[in-house]
Unconditional design. Sequence first.
Length: 56
Amino acid sequence: MADSIRTVVVRSVRMPDIAAALTQTRPSTGPWFESARNVVEFANYHRPTAPPVVPR
């Protein structure tokens, strides 16, 4: 996109563009899983447990 703006010519995204973007991007799954773990661990901390649902 920056190349299209600089050259004023619209072009498709190519594999070298994706490879360059990958070198500038860091994975974010680690912090996301840490946050999700905290939500799961403490979401029902103060709630009373519900009785189990028994199918008929």
